[in-house]
Ligand binder design. Structure first.
Ligand code: HEC
Ligand code: HEC
Ligand code: HEC
Ligand code: HEC
Ligand code: HEC
Ligand code: HEC
Ligand code: HEC
Ligand code: HEC
Ligand code: HEC
Length: 415
């Protein structure tokens, strides 16, 4: 009973959707201009507007009065324009309230503020730095959309630009001792390519690696975990490799040491080995075990790649002369998989493991090569046979022609 009596007050305090028809805030603001009118125009697309909330949910005030002195009076709880430092708390009045939020979305998280407070953004804001991101810098304001809406600024394809608005703006970031190249580099990465060009939403955007609300650079200890949350097989091999402990001791961050963080490129054979450009050379020198291993892995991988190339060439030749080599083609596919496996196994940094995969691939690649060779021999044999029968036909035709002419001549003579 007591609760029911409290309800209307509760509704007013939170600005819950109340069934009052009057909304002077929207009515009056829609008729104003510029920054004063825009919120009312945008609000039609806002998830809060769509769920029946209105201006008072964030700004307070009294929407039942047409008199601005009353509608926007402090006495009626009006807060004015919300200053940047108090935005998170304002949003969290609802978003940290499971009872309220779960009425609209039963599975929704309610830890955004708690997470935000752990982030570099949240900590700096609490210390008075208003240049960091708060809730509305990432979600916008007055047209806040569901995060799954492709038009939302936090939708995976749009998020990098949202972060870049500050992080790629040298003027905005002046005074902080961090680079402003993350966006530029990220846009060159295999991850952005997968996301933007192939629409692969499982590829990471900024927030996948940094956290949605807890944005901070992953620490040295957690980088392998960040990458490994998707590249599981690589991580499992890496953590058992001699590099795990060695890198930990050197204070280096796992995968990033060789692949970088923002401009992760498509890895090639050029990374492995002891030739200029190989990443192994950054730390290993002639005479140490890693150097030897790098050389060995490189030559084995190269050997398989070359063998695959030769087999592919010969099969192509056979195919273009119409020979049937589909089985050998299939085999070559398996050998290609062995190369991929060897490139994965490389992350054990154990040459014997790479050797195993290479040996398997070489065997199949060589047998495909032999099949190609056989097909070409068969082709040559058939070609010889064809030439022979052509010669026979020509000789026979010539013989016939001579015979006919001879007959003709005789007939002419006798007549
Ligand atoms: C009759 C017209 C009218 C009504 C009703 C009205 N406003 Fe305003 N509002 C204005 C005008 C004009 C301004 C700009 C001048 C000012 O700040 O007083 C303004 C300013 C604001 C601002 C910006 C304040 C600032 O500090 O910059 C906010 C926020 C706002 N209104 C929200 C509301 C809300 C919420 C309601 C409903 C509870 C509401 N308004 C009702 C006319 C109105
Ligand atoms: C989800 C919370 C939320 C709701 C709902 C909301 N606002 Fe706002 N509003 C804000 C915040 C936060 C700011 C401060 C924006 C900033 O710092 O740029 C703001 C700023 C404003 C301003 C000042 C604009 C300026 O640039 O000076 C006006 C006017 C305003 N709101 C009116 C409205 C009106 C009218 C409605 C209803 C149609 C509304 N707001 C609904 C959160 C909200
Ligand atoms: C640095 C950018 C950033 C800031 C700051 C930020 N968010 Fe988010 N928010 C995100 C991203 C990214 C997502 C997830 C999008 C997705 O799932 O695709 C998200 C998701 C959400 C969701 C959906 C539920 C969930 O947790 O996934 C809500 C609600 C939300 N944010 C509210 C807030 C509130 C409230 C604040 C301020 C306390 C805030 N956000 C601050 C980027 C941000
Ligand atoms: C009066 C309560 C209330 C306030 C204040 C409030 N919200 Fe919400 N918000 C909701 C409800 C209810 C939903 C719908 C349930 C949901 O989607 O989580 C919602 C939805 C959202 C969503 C969409 C989440 C999704 O489902 O994808 C985002 C993002 C969001 N709010 C951000 C904010 C931000 C940022 C602020 C502060 C500027 C804010 N909210 C202030 C109640 C509120
Ligand atoms: C409104 C501007 C703004 C937006 C938008 C923004 N940031 Fe920031 N961010 C900052 C500022 C300012 C800092 C403080 C820099 C510092 O302290 O080194 C910061 C700090 C960080 C840091 C910590 C850097 C460090 O080493 O100190 C990370 C990580 C970060 N932001 C990631 C993101 C991501 C990811 C997004 C998008 C989801 C984002 N930010 C959106 C302004 C912004
Ligand atoms: C694949 C994961 C990943 C993605 C995607 C990613 N980052 Fe990072 N980011 C990292 C890692 C790891 C570090 C820490 C680097 C280190 O310690 O060597 C980092 C560091 C940072 C820093 C600290 C300053 C610096 O440059 O070292 C900022 C700021 C930052 N990232 C912002 C962004 C933004 C903005 C985006 C999107 C445009 C983004 N990151 C995308 C993994 C990622
Ligand atoms: C959210 C999941 C996710 C995270 C986190 C992630 N990646 Fe990726 N990564 C992908 C996807 C998806 C692709 C594209 C796969 C493809 O091209 O087939 C990819 C591609 C790659 C490639 C190229 C593979 C190839 O064969 O071309 C490398 C290298 C790579 N990631 C390294 C990293 C590193 C290093 C990190 C951590 C800093 C990381 N990834 C974090 C999902 C992720
Ligand atoms: C010591 C350097 C080094 C470290 C550390 C390292 N990698 Fe690699 N990685 C390489 C090299 C070299 C290649 C290229 C192999 C090739 O193409 O022959 C590669 C290739 C890859 C590929 C592409 C494989 C393919 O099929 O082409 C992915 C994905 C990858 N690494 C992910 C990771 C992840 C995730 C981590 C951390 C758990 C990691 N790497 C740690 C050196 C490293
Ligand atoms: C950031 C520095 C760094 C890079 C880059 C690096 N290593 Fe290492 N590696 C080490 C350290 C440190 C150790 C452990 C100390 C040692 O045994 O030399 C180690 C150990 C090894 C070992 C084990 C050696 C043993 O004693 O059994 C192998 C094998 C190895 N690395 C191969 C490679 C290969 C191959 C690459 C290139 C793909 C590479 N490393 C790149 C630093 C690096």
């Amino acid at each position: 009973m007591k609760l029911r009596w409290m309800a209307p007050i509760f509704v007013m305090a939170l600005g819950l959707p109340a069934q009052t028809a009057k909304n002077s805030c929207v009515e009056c603001h829609a008729a104003l201009e510029g920054d004063l009118a825009r919120p009312a125009e945008l609000f039609a697309n806002d998830i809060h507007g769509k769920n029946g909330f209105s201006c008072v949910a964030c700004h307070g005030g009294d929407p039942s009065s047409d008199d601005p002195e009353v509608a926007m009076s402090r006495g009626r709880g009006f807060l004015g324009k919300i200053d940047r430092r108090s935005v998170p708390a304002r949003c969290a009045r609802c978003h940290s309230d499971a009872n309220l939020i779960h009425r609209f979305k039963p599975q929704q998280r309610v830890d955004q503020l708690a997470q935000y407070q752990t982030s570099v953004h949240g900590q700096r804001l609490a210390a008075g730095d208003v240049k960091v991101a708060n809730c509305i810098d990432c979600h916008s304001v007055h047209d806040i959309r569901e995060v799954s809406d492709p038009l939302s600024p936090v939708y995976p394809l749009r998020l990098p630009e949202t972060c870049a608005r500050c992080h790629a703006d040298a003027a905005h970031m002046q005074g902080y001792r961090i680079p402003t190249d993350q966006f530029e580099k990220y846009r060159k990465s295999v991850h952005w390519e997968a996301l933007a060009q192939r629409g692969d939403l499982s590829a990471p955007n900024c927030a996948t690696c940094h956290g949605n609300h807890g944005a901070a650079p992953p620490g040295v200890a957690s980088v392998a975990m960040v990458c490994g949350s998707c590249h599981v097989v690589f991580e499992n091999l890496f953590v058992k490799s001699p590099h795990k402990k060695a890198f930990d001791n050197m204070g280096l961050a796992g995968c990033v040491v060789c692949h970088s963080n923002h401009d992760v490129e498509k890895p090639t054979l050029a990374l492995v080995g002891v030739q200029p450009g190989a990443v192994c050379l950054n730390c290993h020198a002639k005479g140490d075990k890693g150097y030897e291993a790098a050389m060995q892995m490189r030559s084995r991988l190269e050997q398989l790649a070359a063998s695959l190339g030769r087999s592919d060439d010969i099969l192509k030749m056979a195919e273009s002369s119409g020979m049937e080599v589909s089985e050998a083609r299939l085999g070559l596919g398996t050998a290609n998989e062995s190369l991929v496996k060897a490139e994965v196994d490389l992350h054990s940094f154990d040459p014997a493991m790479v050797d195993g995969a290479v040996a398997k691939g070489l065997e199949v690649a060589q047998s495909s090569y032999r099949a190609g060779q056989k097909a070409l021999e068969e082709r040559d044999y058939r070609r010889k046979g064809l030439a022979l029968s052509l010669v026979t036909i020509v000789v026979t035709m010539a013989g016939l022609w001579l015979a006919v002419r001879e007959l003709d001549n005789r007939r002419k003579k006798s007549s």
